[in-house]
Write a protein that binds this ligand. Structure first.
Ligand SMILES: Nc1ncnc2c1ncn2[C@@H]1O[C@H](COP(=O)(O)OP(=O)(O)O)[C@@H](O)[C@H]1O
Ligand SMILES: [Mg+2]
Length: 297
């Protein structure tokens, strides 16, 4: 524990703690639902685990948390039980395939929005204690630009935005990028184009979005790679075995490996700018939600 004469604010406490031995946090987000965030989060977690990293995967999709389904695991308690005081944060963590730890948060994120400050503080402190056990934390956020979703991304070191060639997905992904970069211009954002017909289509989609970001937001996004629309992904989802385990040499698996390398190469944002994960929710919960709501569409 940190000894101080006066009670530090949560923010000060976390900044002190964040300087020591903290994991890198990656958030996976999108504007629209059903674009492949959970699939990418789960496989990213497994690929990072393969690199001998201790990985925590946080399922923070409020409406459609389904990390457990994609991994074929069954969590018992969730973050809601931590908020109500029945469990500790460590008690709700479940072991997934290859030793990836999973924190089922999903709908409990909504409870956090309404929770009292002291509850959020307890959660924030508990997370700070727990996060030291991990090298990397991956947060599968919900879709949209509601405060619940963006606050997790603003608490991350790097953000993956997932987009598909669907015009609604493109418009909504741009909306998310705009909100994130307006709030945090130095946040590294990597675009992953999913369910494309060819690598060229994926790269062109990235170029188009990067041009929009340069022109209208005077900023830049990076390219994480293109993942083809492929039967192997759908099949892996049906079997509840992540595609990198079930079809390790498929084109989507190779694209996911490339994406993971690109993500690791990307410099993190300045640590001093980052706030602790759950405090992001606290800091931003009074923000006005944007025009796209955070319901997965
Ligand atoms: N590259 C892909 N090729 C084919 N189907 C995909 C691909 N990525 C995702 N899917 C399908 O899209 C569905 C939604 O993916 P999911 O990861 O749950 O999206 P999200 O988390 O963004 O809502 C999955 O059931 C999966 O079958
Ligand atoms: Mg999902």
């Amino acid at each position: 524990m940190i000894e101080t004469r006066t009670t530090p604010s949560i923010f000060t406490l976390s900044n002190l703690r964040l300087e020591h031995n903290r994991p890198e946090i990656f958030a996976i987000t999108s504007g629209k639902g059903g674009v492949g965030k959970t699939n990418i989060s789960v496989n990213l977690a497994l690929l990072l685990r393969r690199l001998k990293k201790n990985v925590l995967l946080v399922d923070a999709d409020i409406h459609l948390g389904n990390v457990d389904l994609l991994m074929g695991i069954r969590p018992g308690a969730t973050l809601a039980d931590v908020i109500s005081g029945e469990k500790t944060l460590a008690e709700i963590i479940v072991k997934g395939p290859t030793g990836v730890d999973v924190m089922p948060a999903s709908s409990a994120v909504l409870d956090m929005i309404d929770a009292e400050d002291r509850v959020i503080k307890r959660l924030g402190d508990a997370f700070l204690n727990l996060e030291h056990n991990y090298d990397l934390v991956i947060v599968d956020t919900g879709a949209g630009i509601g405060r619940n979703v963006t606050s997790f991304s603003l608490g991350a070191d790097k953000v993956i935005v997932v987009v598909t060639p669907d015009p609604a997905s493109i418009a909504d992904a741009y909306g998310v990028i705009k909100i994130l970069l307006q709030k945090s211009p130095s946040l590294p954002i990597m675009l992953v184009t999913n369910m494309v017909q060819s690598d060229d289509e994926g790269e062109n989609l990235y170029k188009k979005m990067d041009l929009m970001v340069q022109r209208f937001l005077q900023n830049k996004i990076l390219f994480g790679g293109a993942i083809l629309r492929d039967e192997s992904v759908q099949d892996a989802v049906r079997r509840q075995i992540p595609v990198v385990l079930e079809y390790p040499n498929s084109r989507p698996s190779n694209a996911l490996k490339m994406m993971t390398r690109n993500l690791l190469k990307l410099p993190s944002r300045d640590a001093s700018e980052r706030i602790s994960l759950f405090e992001g929710v606290r800091e931003h919960r009074n923000d006005t939600p944007g025009k796209i709501n955070d319901q997965a569409s």
